[in-house]
Design a protein around this ligand. Structure first.
Ligand code: PAF
Length: 300
């Protein structure tokens, strides 16, 4: 496995791999890799021979009071996981490599980024779009794999690739969860065991909404407020619980009847850690289903 930090060397390595045939795939990450990232790598390996993982904690997507300084870094363990998973190349540039002195070009994204995390983290998606476009331009024609846990990011990147005519085939991988429903996240390692068990309110609220939706509930206000009440009971601070259009990420008002497919997204803080999660009602199963299944199995 090659480990490369120079963007031009990375660009050349991708170009040479592409010439050989078999395709190039990129999994962009900020490191501290967990099983959710490894599911992205597996999806990339199924689609291309030359799989690259980028590891870069991108400063331009963090706000001034966010966790850039303490964001987990685990380069050695990440390298070992990538190698074991058959990754061909890890691209781990420095801040100066990706934002050289004198550089001034930044992307500004639009309406897809206006609600949810875009509203509570001003400039976040401009930073994501800027780094992702740099990574995709360096990689060239490729498959690029992202997790749908960051659902709004997934939609913003779809828009970006279409708007900039990038030669990229996007793949969105469903959220990977612990057996009890907690969505995997690099930030989970900040959680105490008490905070972790309270954080389960996110996936439980989403599961309840899936069941209510599958039983025929279509009133947006009811679905949203029930989920909000469950999350608010356990978490320290609620950021949002919102129903949105699955493509545009525009919020659906409480007095509306939801369509046959709708995004339910949540964000909340516990013990200083901000967590996000989501389901697409009408498409995804209940996130806590595994927990219920194992509880039922142990009762039998
Ligand atoms: O999802 C992430 O880890 C990051 O936002 C990404 C896409 C790697 C950009 O820094």
């Amino acid at each position: 496995m090659q480990v490369v930090s120079d963007p031009r060397v990375y660009q050349q390595a991708c170009a040479s791999a592409r010439e050989k045939g078999g395709g190039v795939a990129l999994v962009p990450t900020m490191g501290a890799l967990h099983d959710g990232h490894m599911a992205l790598v597996a999806a990339a390996r199924a689609r291309a021979d030359f799989v690259c993982v980028s590891i870069f904690v991108n400063p331009s997507q963090f706000g001034p009071h966010e966790d850039l300084a303490r964001y987990p870094r685990a380069m050695e363990a990440d390298g070992a996981r990538c190698e074991a998973a058959g990754v061909a190349l890890v691209f781990s540039p420095t801040r100066e490599d990706m934002y050289p002195e004198g550089g001034e070009t930044r992307l500004v994204v639009g309406e897809t980024a206006a609600a949810l995390c875009g509203a509570s983290r001003p400039g976040h998606f401009d930073g994501v779009a800027t780094i992702v476009s740099k990574l995709l331009v360096l990689t060239g024609s490729c498959v690029a794999v992202f997790g749908r846990k960051d659902y709004q990011q997934w939609r913003v990147i779809n828009r970006l690739v279409a708007d900039l005519f990038l030669p990229v085939q996007l793949v969105g991988v469903p959220t990977v969860r612990e057996a009890d429903g907690l969505a995997l996240s690099s930030r989970n390692r900040y959680l105490s065991s008490e905070a972790r068990s309270r954080a389960l309110s996110l996936s439980r609220a989403l599961s309840q909404a899936v069941r209510r939706f599958d039983d025929g509930e279509r009133r947006a206000g009811i679905l949203r407020q029930e989920a909000e009440a469950m999350v608010a009971r356990e978490m320290d601070e609620l950021d949002y619980v919102a129903l949105c259009d699955t493509d545009t990420v525009q919020p659906i008002l409480d007095d509306a009847i939801v369509p046959s497919r709708v995004l339910l997204a949540v964000a909340a803080r516990i013990g200083g850690t901000r967590l996000i999660d989501n389901v697409v009602l009408g498409e995804d199963g209940a996130p806590s289903q595994q927990e219920q299944d194992s509880a039922m199995a142990s009762e039998q």
